[in-house]
Structure formats: C-alpha cells, structure tokens
Design a protein around this ligand. Structure first.
Ligand SMILES: *Cc1c(COP(=O)(O)O)cnc(C)c1O
Length: 436
C-alpha cells in the first residue's frame, strides 16, 4: 500500500468492500413475520400491538409512560403543548439540530430562542442557556446530538431554578447513557424519532416517554382521540384521560392532530428492541475501535464522552468527528474531507445540520397568513438572531465532519477507514497548495 495520498496519486487506504458494514436497520425474518401478522389481521390502525410495544419500550428505558406516535415531529409538538408552550411564549433550543426540535413551537404560536452549542460536545452549551430564560420561557429542548449525551446536570439545575420544563429530543440517542442513566429519562418528558434512518429504526414512527401523568395525558389528548374514551372499530374503548381539564374534549384531539402509530411499526419495534442492546454494543465497540486507532492524530478528534464518565453514545446516529484546522496548518475542513473521500470513504463531508437560527423559517415565514412573520405574530418577544450571533453553530462546517457509522465490529476493515483519516491528517501540508 502506497503511503501517498490517493487524492495526489497514491493508492487508497480503503480497499475492502464494506458489504453490510453500514446497512441499517438489521431486518430479519422475525421482523417480517411480525409485520405480516399485523397485515394479515388487518390490524394496522389498532392499538393492541402498539400498547405492548409502548409498555416494553418504556420498561426498557425505566420510565412509567410510553406513547407511540406517527413520527418524532408529532411527538415533539405534543410534548411542547403538554409543557404549556403556547401563543406568545418561548422555547430554548440548540441551533444545531434537525428542524423538528424547534419548528413545532411556531405551530403553537410560540417562538424559539436559539442557544449555541459547545464545540466539543456539539450539544447545547449550558453556559449559553440561563441568560436566555425569561418570564415567557416554557421549555428547554435539549438534543443528545448524534448520540452525545447533553450536560444534563447543569441544564436541569438551571431549568429547575427557573421553573422551566425540559424536553429531551432523544432522536439520536436511543439507549444512550448519561453518567450511567438512560438519556430520555432525565428531563420532564422525552420525544424521539424512530424513522427508517435513525439509530433505532422502525419506519415512520416516534415515541414519547415521561414519568409525569399530567404530561402523558396531555399528549394523549393532543393527538390520540382514540384513547380518550371514544368507541371505535379498530381500538374498542380506551380511556386514558382523567384530568378534568381534558375530559370535556374527549373524542376530539385538542391538537387537531392524529398521532396514532401504524402497528406495522409497533410490531417491528417489539422485534428490534429484543436485539437492540446487543446491536448497540457492537456499534459502540466498532466506533470506539475507530477512534482509539486515531488517538493522538492531529486535526481530527473523537466526538464521544470520556471513557470513565459512565456516559455513552447510544447507537452513534449519523456519527461525526471534531475537526481542528489550527492543528493542520489551517487546512479547510472541506479539503481534508476531499482527501478522505479519495481514500475510499465517499461519505466524508464537512459539517452536520445547518444552523437553524439563520433559517428564513424563523425570520420571515408567515405560516398563518397574518401579514407578519409567525415568529412574532402572536405577541412573542422578537428573539430572531442574525449571522454572527451563535458563532459555534455557524462554524459547524469548519469544526465537524462525517465519519463512518459502523454497524459491525470488524477490526481489519475499521483499520482501513482509520488509516484513511490518519493519512489525510498526516499529509495535510501536501493538501494546502491545491486550495483555490
Ligand atoms: C429525525 C429527527 C426528528 C424528527 O423525527 P421524525 O420521526 O423524522 O418526524 C426530531 N429531532 C431530531 C433531532 C431528529 O434527528
């Protein structure tokens, strides 16, 4: 194997066909049989499988209530409403996340005060949180970004001091640990996606978790009319609402939304959960192996909690590495990624999500046709933030890059991928001249 960069004419570091190294989710006959059973019974819109699934998933997390939803976005919307996010109020959310962590707030007539992220965790920076809390702040949405558990001790202490709810968006971190405790069990309520590309993947699906009966009932009332005492062909009679603020509306969802989960997804979830701990352990072994091989290489650093912290990355969703150009003579991240791609990993690119606070949606979109941007149309405080306001989030294309998300721990192949990243870093000086 030549030691020269493949980009400059050498031979690539990655020579082995990845095969199923990245394939996800892992689907077996057991998943197929479970889904076919629902199909053959015509039970797609029922609740029998979904309720078993909710009970099992909540128990695995160690939480009292689980509520399946048609997707994670719906779960976040219901969770925000349950936390009293409404007209004129605010949520705080990191700018670096998928849009669904923030957008539902505007649907409820609230606005989003975006906070910056910590450049090493890529999660909400607790140092940029407290000064954003005001009398209108109803909830802090935290995102365990690409699996990295947020600094929950600091965040919860600030939230409790001000009486603000914490919603965990655990869409990237199913089964992850924060100081030995499951993420998704640390705030007031959790919503998560389980769509086909996520770390726990069962289709278009989501889940809400909480220990708070009031919040659970509100989420039911918001989007699950069939659990409010309604009688139906698909679900019989189900009465999960006792709160007198909610019971008068039984039979019609308060959110005007239908969040019921397709039972194909619930059936697959039950099967996936049986194997998830073992599959997650293998992903963790593979990903940690990759980063251990790159220990000490300049410019590229692991995005994972310290080994002795009791925290883990769960299933390492959409894995990222931390890039530090200053250790490589200022080599732009995009150019470094180009060199890694040439070594045989086409998935390497700079950045992560786009910084949400700069998106026009939060500045100008008039989704209710009120003649005003929705972010201020309901009497909200104007907290819109322009370029330069959240510098770490805005620098994401320089400080983070995509790395392989291995699903199997295969040392020889993983070593090839690690070599690709090492070569590009160790030859950084040869890459500089090519920049235009
Ligand atoms: C995927 C995702 C969601 C939305 O979930 P869907 O199931 O796609 O609606 C919410 N938050 C984060 C952080 C996500 O990555």
């Amino acid at each position: 194997m030549s030691n020269d960069l493949a980009l400059l004419g050498g031979s690539p570091a990655i020579v082995t066909d990845p095969g199923d190294l990245f394939a996800w989710p892992i689907v077996t006959q057991e998943d197929e049989d479970a889904i076919l059973d629902v199909l053959r019974r015509g039970a797609m819109s029922g609740l029998d499988v979904t309720k078993e699934w909710e009970r099992e998933f909540a128990a695995w997390n160690g939480v009292e209530y689980g509520l399946g939803c048609c997707n994670g976005t719906a779960g976040l919307l219901a969770a925000m409403w349950a936390c009293e996010v409404g007209a004129g109020t605010e949520i705080i959310c990191p700018s670096m996340t998928y849009w669904a962590s923030a957008v539902p707030a505007l649907q409820l007539g609230a606005t989003v005060n975006f906070a910056d992220i910590n450049p090493d965790t890529l999660c909400l920076d607790p140092a940029d949180l407290e000064h954003r809390i005001g009398p209108r702040t109803k909830a802090i949405v935290v995102v365990h970004y690409t699996g990295y558990p947020c600094e929950m001790d600091e965040i919860m202490a600030i939230a409790r001091k001000h009486g603000v709810r914490v919603i965990e968006d655990a869409s990237h971190a199913h089964g992850g640990l924060y100081k030995g405790q499951m993420v998704g069990t640390l705030g007031d309520i959790t919503a998560m996606s389980m769509m086909a590309g996520k770390g726990f993947a069962v289709g278009e699906a989501g889940m809400i978790l909480t220990n708070d009966r009031t919040l659970y009932e509100r989420c039911v009332a918001f989007g699950h009319y069939e659990r409010t005492g309604t009688v139906g062909r698909w679900f019989g009679v189900d009465q999960q609402i006792t709160d007198p603020e909610l019971t008068p509306y039984s039979g019609v969802p308060l959110g005007g939304a239908k969040h019921r989960l397709n039972q194909w997804c619930a059936a697959m979830g039950r099967v996936q959960l049986k194997y998830y701990p073992q599959r997650m352990a293998e992903i963790q072994a593979a990903m940690n192996r990759f980063w251990d091989l790159l220990e000490g290489v300049p410019g590229i650093h692991a995005h994972r909690p310290p080994a002795d912290s009791g925290s883990t990355m769960g299933g390492w969703y959409s894995a990222r590495g931390l890039y530090r150009a200053e250790e490589l003579g200022g080599l732009p991240c995009a150019r470094y990624c180009e060199a890694v791609r040439a070594e045989g990993f086409p998935g390497c690119g700079p950045g992560a999500n786009g910084a949400l606070h700069l998106h026009a949606y939060f500045h100008t979109a008039d989704i209710f046709r009120m003649g005003q941007p929705t972010s201020i149309a309901f009497g909200q405080r104007d907290v819109r933030q322009g370029p330069g306001s959240l510098p770490v989030s805005e620098s994401i294309n320089e400080i983070a890059l995509s790395i392989p998300w291995f699903k199997h721990d295969r040392p020889d192949v993983i070593a090839e991928y690690a070599l690709a990243f090492r070569k590009a870093a160790e030859h950084a000086d040869e890459l500089g001249e090519e920049v235009e």
